[in-house]
Design a protein around this ligand. Structure first.
Ligand code: ADQ
Length: 483
């Protein structure tokens, strides 16, 4: 074995994301710390075990320092947590203002939703500095740093200034917009973001479209040119590529047979036994196209009246970012739409839309996925959309139909879905009618093909591909060491 491989036993992966994959709650006398079982954490953990590297997770604490410090040793974990504590006002300007009311809205092509102010950008830079300081303080030569998402676009550059040889990967979970949209940002902001990201060895997006948008912005705004999506810089090379995120396929597929899921599914099916079920679940967000979806469903009931009383739309919305104005407004719009549809088209026996504004647990989610005759996923812009992949994976029975917006990254991979333009009511109504009358053979054929793809391209492969590629591109910069 080479020195590099042996040495890797003592190295670690430092993952940085805004949220930490733990929650800490006070329960009367006790304090309970739970590790999240989310796809990202599971996948990176699995990679760290296979590659014999430790894992340290850096993120912004949503708990008190004292609470953490007093209890952190009382829970079992297979990775280390390094919380960063941000002052309240700074965090609000960094997270709510610049990250979620500037970058999130612009990158999803909602420039009119931007609420830019100087303080927000200053807070964003300050937060990136503080987080970089934390990473720099735990970094040791040979470690690999994996930065996640739009909150930390400045980070890689700051880390590289301190550790020029660092292996750094950056992954953006949301779309990267085209040049015409990106140029809306003030000059100094654009430069900060692009140069920040270029501090990494690898920059990953969900799709090639996003990778190309980023590359074009770098070329046009910074004047760097690339060769085969590699930018050569003084200290290192940066490769830009597409790495579509995925899910833990087996977890979703196997859940079909869990006794709790079977029981819940039977309950749902019994409740709507004479009806077809349309289902959707999203975080509350204007990018998810929920108002469009409701309008389309209303048109479907008007134009295909034979479906009245024969279909129900189970609409689950998970509360999210409620403190931001645009989210509160969107919630009201959605609820008005639901009230109008149920009020004008429903009757005392039948509510067309059954609405839940709450989080549902895993078993309930699987029961809903596996009861639905159609999943209607209509984002107006979405980096990937994991709900679409989860729905397909959960259908061990090979039944159901996926109606999916072409604006979701997932539409590039889920080729057997019924694709829609989320703004085209007529087309959505047509596809709904098609989905609800689809033969079992066709359902099976489509789902089977998509499952075969997802089984191969799961989240473990995604993490492995990304981290291996980071190592690979970095190794090209490493000069041979004289022994
Ligand atoms: P999101 O915008 O959050 O993610 P999505 O990809 O659909 O969107 O992921 C949502 C996740 O939340 C799913 O895994 C889903 O199972 C889960 N979920 C559903 N109901 C829940 C509930 N009640 N409580 C808790 N969790 C629930 C962003 C981007 C996406 C991109 C992902 C991953 O906007 O485009 O796919 O990151 O990169």
């Amino acid at each position: 074995t080479s020195i590099r491989q042996n040495a890797s036993y003592i190295m670690k992966i430092i993952t940085v994301s805004y949220r930490l994959p733990v929650s800490i709650k006070r329960q009367k006398e006790n304090v309970k710390i739970t590790q999240s079982a989310g796809g990202l954490a599971t996948a990176i953990l699995s990679y760290s075990e296979k590659s014999k590297k430790n894992l340290t997770w850096v993120g912004v604490a949503d708990f008190d320092k004292e609470l953490w410090d007093n209890n952190k040793n009382n829970y079992e974990s297979n990775f280390d947590i390094e919380p960063v504590y941000l002052e309240k006002r700074l965090n609000r300007n960094f997270y709510n203002i610049f990250s979620n009311s500037v970058l999130w809205s612009l990158f999803h092509y909602f420039p009119s939703y931007i609420e830019y102010n100087h303080e927000g950008f200053e807070a964003y830079k300050a937060a990136n500095e503080i987080v970089a300081e934390k990473v720099n303080s735990i970094y040791e030569p040979g470690d690999i740093v994996w930065i996640h998402d739009y909150h930390f676009m400045g980070l890689a550059k700051i880390i590289r200034e301190k550790h020029p040889d660092a292996k750094i990967g950056y992954f953006l979970h949301i779309p990267f917009p085209n040049f015409e949209i990106f140029r809306v940002l003030p000059n100094k902001v654009r430069r900060y973001l692009l140069e920040g990201v270029l501090g990494s060895n690898l920059v990953g997006f969900h799709t090639w479209d996003n990778a190309i948008h980023f590359t074009e912005c770098v070329e046009k705004m910074l004047g760097h040119s690339h060769k085969n999506f590699i930018f050569s810089q003084d200290t290192h090379r940066t490769r830009v590529g597409s790495f579509p995120i995925s899910i833990d396929f087996d977890k979703f597929n196997n859940a079909y047979d869990k006794p709790e899921v079977i029981k819940l599914r039977e309950e749902i099916k019994h409740l709507y036994e004479d009806k077809k079920i349309i289902f959707s679940v999203d975080r509350l967000d204007y990018t998810k196209g929920i108002t469009n979806r409701l309008n389309a469903f209303e048109n479907f009931l008007i134009n295909y009246p034979q479906w009245r009383e024969k279909v129900v739309f189970l609409l689950v919305i998970v509360p999210s970012r409620e403190e931001i104005r645009k989210y509160g407004e969107r919630k009201k719009m959605i609820e008005l739409n639901i009230a109008r549809i149920n009020g004008t088209l429903g009757n005392y026996k039948w509510s067309p839309v059954v609405y839940q504004y709450q989080s549902v647990d895993f078993d309930k989610l699987i029961a809903l996925y596996t009861s639905a005759d159609a999943a209607l996923i209509s984002p107006v812009r979405d980096g990937m959309n994991l709900v679409a992949k989860e729905y397909i994976a959960a259908r061990k029975d090979l039944r159901g139909a996926l109606i999916l917006s072409v604006m979701a990254g997932a539409a590039k991979e889920l080729q057997e879905s019924l694709t829609i333009n989320p703004f085209d009511d007529e087309q959505i109504a047509l596809k709904l009618n098609y989905a609800l009358t689809m033969s079992e053979e066709e359902q099976e054929r489509r789902i089977e093909r998509m499952q075969r793809y997802l089984k191969k391209h799961d989240v473990f492969r995604w993490a492995t591909d990304f981290l291996n590629e980071t190592e690979e591109i970095h190794s090209r910069d490493t000069k041979p060491v004289a022994l």
